[in-house]
Design a protein around this ligand. Structure first.
Ligand code: FAD
Ligand code: NAD
Length: 467
């Protein structure tokens, strides 16, 4: 029986990064993954494949919408969904193979099979042929991630009523798709098919889309997506969705309590994800879960069983790949006797629509609710030369600072390349910069980053230069 200093169950971004850092720190490390490929949700059916399809569909959209204005004439442009999915699969394959390479390079033992606690130091691994083996481990990190959530009446049948996993494997471009949930998955995958010509109708329970992000972002993104042809049915409570054979029929109650029915080819259920612990045998190790199904952890990501830790989507907090990764590094360094640091307030969030939405720190709504005295500076992207040159003029940058101290408390932006631009704000906030600090830094011209400088000037002393 093999014995390890540390075993990680689950090879998503939380698990594989934890494994690498543990190995770097000299621990004898094992990782257990129930699927044949490493990389978890993120690499196989999440971040990477969705971004591959977002990029392909964006190229198609540009070819059919903006090329002529740029002076590029193309004829008979066609979207080939089969090829798009094939390219996406190739990207996934290369990326997951890369993780196997990293495991080998760091001398991490990879065990394929379902990991299940026998007791708090013994783990049974059952491979796909049912063959069992057992290992022992001084410490264990649970990194088993999450699965798509759904509510009564909208159970996915994976044929017409689908989750993100099936949406990434579509064999046709639907004429019409209903999307339940106007959150990140609904809007990203809605964008993929919307750009390819599918009519997208979003049915959202809340009064606005991306309801946890800053209100201005939600308003701006609604405008952009409506222009692209999205229809939004807000404050609608879904009652039932059924597969009619050739399509789907959805019934919902609108905010007046009236019954509304909608029909389409497919219905994508995107109402959040739930922590995944099935088959893990937590009860055998005595590990507690809370009423939301999350593995309960303290500030050190340690469960109630001292040698067992948990990270990523299976614990509380944002369900994001980079949050899972940071938690993996945090636990590895903690076990090595170091004093790691993780600032949960500074985990950026991105929605990969076009333009992208990116955010860090508190929203204006949260700060107002806390009763904080704030000042807000905004800058419209269309005022930038770079934006006009590339024809990406939609969007705005918004910086919120403390009224008294000028410290930046939140940065929210919707614009081209916001996903990369947000890092300037994360870095500034990590060092507790003021709006003046951000405004006085020299930004290259012409770039979208000038929008950040201008919004900082607007927040500092209400004196942007270019509006
Ligand atoms: P996971 O990635 O879910 O990995 C868990 C792994 O554990 C899986 O491989 C699973 O098979 C394995 N496992 C579970 N139980 C066992 C067991 N008992 N034994 C062995 N193995 C087990 N996040 C972002 O930050 N950016 C994005 O752009 C983004 N896009 C997304 C798009 C989509 C469509 C989806 C669905 C998610 C997206 N996410 C994105 C979220 C991101 O994928 C997750 O936050 C991230 O994967 C969580 O990492 P994790 O390591 O906690 O778990
Ligand atoms: P989400 O929490 O982002 O959005 C779910 C949406 O569904 C919300 O707007 C919510 O109000 C709505 N909703 C909930 N119940 C509903 C109901 N009964 N009827 C109608 N609407 C309802 O969740 P998601 O989009 O499913 O994504 C799951 C997780 O994956 C998220 O936590 C997200 O962080 C992560 N993810 C991240 C990215 C990214 O970082 N770009 C991309 C995809 C997914």
């Amino acid at each position: 029986m093999s014995s390890y200093d540390i075993t990680i169950i689950g090879s998503g971004p939380g698990g594989y990064v934890a494994a690498i850092r543990c190995a770097q720190l000299g621990m004898k490390t094992a990782i257990i993954e129930k699927y044949d490929t490493l990389g978890g949700t993120c690499l196989n059916v999440g971040c990477i494949p969705s971004k591959a399809l977002l990029d392909s569909s964006e190229h198609y959209h540009n070819a059919t919408h903006t090329f002529d204005t740029h002076g590029i004439e193309v004829k008979d442009v066609k979207a080939n969904i089969k090829q798009m999915i094939q390219r996406k699969n190739d990207v996934v394959e290369q990326t997951t193979k890369g993780i196997q390479f990293l495991m080998d390079k760091n001398k991490i033992d990879v065990h394929h099979g379902l990991g299940s606690f026998v007791d708090k130091t013994t783990i049974k691994i059952t491979d796909k042929d049912g063959k069992e083996s057992t290992i022992t481990s001084k410490n264990t990190i649970i990194a088993t991630g999450s699965k798509p959530n759904y509510f009564e009446g909208m159970e996915p049948d994976k044929k017409r009523i689908i989750t993100s996993t099936e949406a990434l494997e579509m064999k046709e471009i639907p004429k019409k798709m209903l999307v339940i949930g106007g959150g990140v998955i609904g809007l990203e995958l809605g964008s993929v098919f919307g750009r390819l010509g599918t009519q997208i109708d979003v049915v959202e329970f809340a009064p606005r889309i991306i309801p946890t992000m800053d209100g201005t972002m939600s308003k701006e993104l609604t405008k952009v997506l409506k222009k692209e042809g999205f229809k939004f049915h807000l404050e609608h409570r879904v009652q039932n969705v059924e597969n009619t054979g050739k399509g789907v029929k959805l019934t919902a109650l609108n905010k007046k309590g009236e019954e509304v029915t909608m029909e389409a080819d497919y219905c994508l259920v995107a109402v959040g994800r739930k922590p995944y612990t099935a088959g893990l045998g937590l009860e055998n190790a005595g590990v507690n879960v809370n009423d939301r199904g999350q593995v309960e952890v303290n500030d050190h990501l340690q469960t109630n069983v001292p040698n067992i830790y948990a990270i990523g989507d299976v614990v509380r907090g944002a369900m994001l790949a980079h949050k899972a990764e940071e938690e993996g590094v945090f636990v590895a360094e903690l076990l090595a006797g170091q004093k790691p640091h993780l600032n949960y307030n500074l985990i950026p969030g991105v929605v990969y629509t076009w333009p992208e939405v990116a955010s860090v720190g508190k929203t204006e709504e949260e700060l107002k609710e806390e009763g904080k005295a704030i000042k807000v500076g905004s800058f419209p992207i269309k005022a930038l030369g770079r934006a006009r040159a590339s024809m990406d003029i939609m969007g705005t940058v918004k910086i919120i600072a403390d009224q008294e101290t000028d410290e930046v408390l939140g940065v929210h932006m919707i614009c081209a390349r916001a996903a990369d631009l947000i890092m300037e704000a994360v870095t500034a906030m990590e060092y507790r910069a003021s709006a003046e600090d951000m405004a006085r830094i020299c930004h290259p011209h012409p770039t979208y980053s000038e929008g950040v400088k201008e919004a900082a000037l607007a927040a500092f002393e209400n004196r942007p230069l270019h509006v």
